[in-house]
Design a protein around this ligand. Structure first.
Ligand code: 4GM
Length: 232
């Protein structure tokens, strides 16, 4: 699977996606991540990539030409099933389900906005979908892009090791994670629940499910109701 990120700050993206599990998956050739500096494509003699909005108002908009030319270069390298995403507070809210859907593509291209965003004609002509990571505004789309790449890439077979595997992970099942403990058995007078030390796998699974249900019901009643209605 290949990810292309069009940005004015490629170093941010390279830094975040260059380390840990995603960095390892890149090194192993399981995924490819390329960042593209939109500024490299500007034809402006001062390397400008933004301009004031027609109609007035505060802030600046990213201009069409550098993005359009950057996109043409990226698109020419893409093959297979491709999805072009604009990281934007106006978009569909990103979650595990969206990540799973996007992990089916061969190519994911993400445009990161800055300033007050991009000229609407870019959205109308090159973008398949606007996606938001949540109801808040950031200074740029780079962090949302990295979050999406991380969440999508870890669903690609081979990115996670068996130990890191996602099959049984909480949110994927529709429930929140149960509490977990590691050594020592006692920490500041606090002990580990007895059942986890029992070696009785059936009881352990039962306890974990109960805890997951309890925590989900308390913290995310809407997730709890959905789970219950799907497991009747
Ligand atoms: C405005 C328009 C995404 C601002 C387009 C991007 C938050 C999100 C930006 C943009 C962003 C989000 C840049 N802030 N909630 N800032 O996913 O790309």
């Amino acid at each position: 699977m290949r990810f292309d990120i069009m940005t004015l700050f490629p170093e941010v993206v390279d830094c975040v996606l260059g380390s840990s599990i995603i960095g390892r998956a890149k090194q192993n050739g399981i995924i490819e991540v390329f960042s593209h500096n939109i500024r490299d494509y500007t034809k402006d003699k001062h390397k400008k990539t933004d301009d004031a909005p027609f109609g007035g108002g505060k802030g600046m908009l990213m201009s069409t030409q550098p993005i359009a030319d950057c996109f043409a270069a990226v698109k020419s390298q893409a093959s297979g099933k491709t999805r072009v995403i604009y990281a934007s507070p106006r978009g569909r809210i990103f979650n595990h389900e969206v990540a799973r859907e996007l992990s089916e593509y061969d190519n994911i291209i993400i445009l990161c906005g800055h300033y007050e965003g991009v000229d609407q004609r870019i959205i109308d002509t090159i973008i398949d979908e606007e996606i938001s990571i949540g109801d808040y505004v950031l200074t740029g789309g780079e962090i949302p892009a990295c979050i999406m790449v991380d969440a999508i890439a870890r669903l690609v077979p081979g990115v996670l090791s068996d130990k890191e595997c996602y099959e049984k992970e909480s949110i994927a099942s529709g429930l929140l994670e149960y509490p977990q403990y590691t050594r020592p058995r006692e920490f500041n007078g606090l002990t580990v629940p007895e059942v986890l030390l029992s070696g009785h796998h059936e009881n352990i699974e039962k306890w974990r499910l109960e805890k997951s249900l309890e925590i989900t019901r308390q913290r995310r009643p809407e997730l709890y109701e959905k789970y219950i209605s799907e497991h009747k």
